[in-house]
Design a protein around this ligand. Structure first.
Ligand SMILES: Cc1cc2nc3c(=O)[nH]c(=O)nc-3n(C[C@H](O)[C@H](O)[C@H](O)COP(=O)(O)OP(=O)(O)OC[C@H]3O[C@@H](n4cnc5c(N)ncnc54)[C@H](O)[C@@H]3O)c2cc1C
Length: 398
């Protein structure tokens, strides 16, 4: 087999990369190790309106369950602030159908797809690159010019090409079950070291009385499973609303902090494989979609040299690099706060001027803009508590 571009992984990032590679004239193949697209699902399925646009999909699509316009955020002391976007800011989606829709778009552009085919090895030869794949127990070779590694958190392509692994991986768990949904167009977020150290817990309404309830924690802490059990059984708000049985469980990892290098000779890495995920929310679809499109377009040019492919690295960092870096400082800062500090942080938002700013500038894909707009409204103590910690983290990282 011979292709200009081979995309490893048919998740949203692989599908979008393949769509743009094929659209720009490259003979493109997607390989996927599983027998089905979009399964198993490891996602809460919240995507912003901007993410849907970036994927070139419509709000009325069949995979959209619900529109979301805001969040009720609970501090460790259970003080709630309501962040109301005033209009639809995000959607709750069915990831399986979403992923399949994206793959169908890639196929419409002329890409080929092979399922149950796992990338196993990568080597160079005089004609370019050879990807060895395992298909139904037998090894096959695919000759290609460029390989796009969109193979998720465990990326074999990043490892085989020497681009390494994402440094920090959060442990995540989520169940779907019956829950008394207080407000169907708001998600619930729970902060606190007793709830989800290093990150947060969430409840996302899906359909009727079904919600997705989950959390992520620093991998170094006790197991995410134990924290979820505590959340479901002991948390004053969640335990009172959760009906005690779930219909599905998802366990996974969230890679935060992008790879230092996302390309080398004949290889580009995109999406979770490259750690292109928002460290503030754990959302990877918007950021992955931005990078996937660039990866597909750059790969289609046909210059497989490292220098040629560096255009991808430069372009994606220009679009979202700063946001991911600032997001990482915010992630580290909030992750290091005691419960008392988190309570103080949430109290900052108990102010009409600040909430008006949140309503105007709040953007789940670009939290740095909000940070800049809020800063002038903070008093010295608040600035010291929050902004001071971010600056310290920034200096320590240098
Ligand atoms: C619990 C949880 C909740 C989340 N919730 C959200 C959310 O609400 N919103 C959001 O935006 N993001 C969310 N994310 C993150 C989001 O799921 C990922 O960022 C997104 O799926 C990344 O897409 P991807 O295509 O890079 O990787 P994946 O979706 O992981 O796709 C990678 C694909 O590559 C295939 N593959 C892997 N290795 C090989 C191989 N060797 N050969 C062939 N195929 C291979 C895999 O089978 C898979 O299909 C969540 C993550 C977790 C863990």
């Amino acid at each position: 087999m011979k292709y200009d571009v081979v995309v490893v992984g048919a998740g949203p990032v692989g599908a979008i990369a393949a769509r743009y590679s094929a659209k720009h004239g490259a003979n493109t193949l997607i390989i996927e190790e599983h027998p089905h697209i979009g399964s198993p699902v490891q996602c809460t399925g919240i995507i912003s309106t901007k993410a849907l646009d970036e994927c070139d999909l419509k709000p009325g699509s069949s995979f959209v369950y619900r529109n979301i316009r805001g969040a009720n955020i609970y501090s460790p002391g259970c003080h709630c602030i309501k962040v109301d976007g005033g209009k639809t800011k995000a959607y709750v989606i069915d990831r399986k159908i979403f992923d399949r829709t994206l793959v169908a778009k890639a196929l419409d552009e002329g890409a080929d797809l092979i399922l149950r085919t796992k990338a196993a090895a990568l080597k160079n030869n005089k004609n370019g690159t050879v990807l060895t794949v395992r298909q139904n127990g037998t090894l096959q070779e695919i000759q290609t010019t460029v390989v796009i590694g969109a193979d998720g958190i465990q990326s074999g392509i990043a490892r085989m090409s020497g681009l390494g692994r994402v440094e920090k991986i959060l442990s995540c768990i989520q169940v779907e079950g019956q829950y008394e949904i207080a407000n169907a167009d708001f998600v619930e977020i729970f902060l606190g070291n007793r709830v989800a150290p290093g990150f947060f817990a969430w409840v996302v309404p899906v359909t009727g009385s079904i919600a997705r309830i989950g959390l992520c924690v620093n991998s170094s802490t006790r197991s995410a499973h134990q924290y979820l059990q505590k959340l479901l059984k002991e948390h004053s708000i969640v335990s009172a609303r959760y009906h005690g049985s779930s219909t599905s469980m998802v366990v996974g990892g969230m890679p935060v902090g992008a790879l230092k290098h996302t390309c080398t000779d004949a290889v580009l890495i995109a999406g979770d494989a490259a750690g292109q995920i928002k460290p503030t929310s754990g959302g990877g679809i918007y950021t992955g979609a931005v990078c996937a499109r660039i990866a597909g377009e750059v790969a289609s040019i046909g210059d497989a040299s490292k220098k040629g492919l560096e255009l991808y690295d430069t372009m994606w960092r220009k679009r979202i690099g700063k946001e991911l870096t600032i997001g990482m400082y915010i992630h580290n800062t909030l992750g290091s706060f005691s419960d008392q500090r988190l309570d103080e942080f949430i109290n900052i938002f108990d102010d009409q001027k600040i909430m008006d700013t949140v309503k105007q500038y709040g953007d789940m894909d670009h939290p740095s803009l909000l940070l800049r707009k809020i800063a002038p409204h903070l008093n010295k103590k608040q600035l010291f508590t929050f902004a001071g910690s971010i600056i310290r983290d920034f200096i320590n990282s240098k």
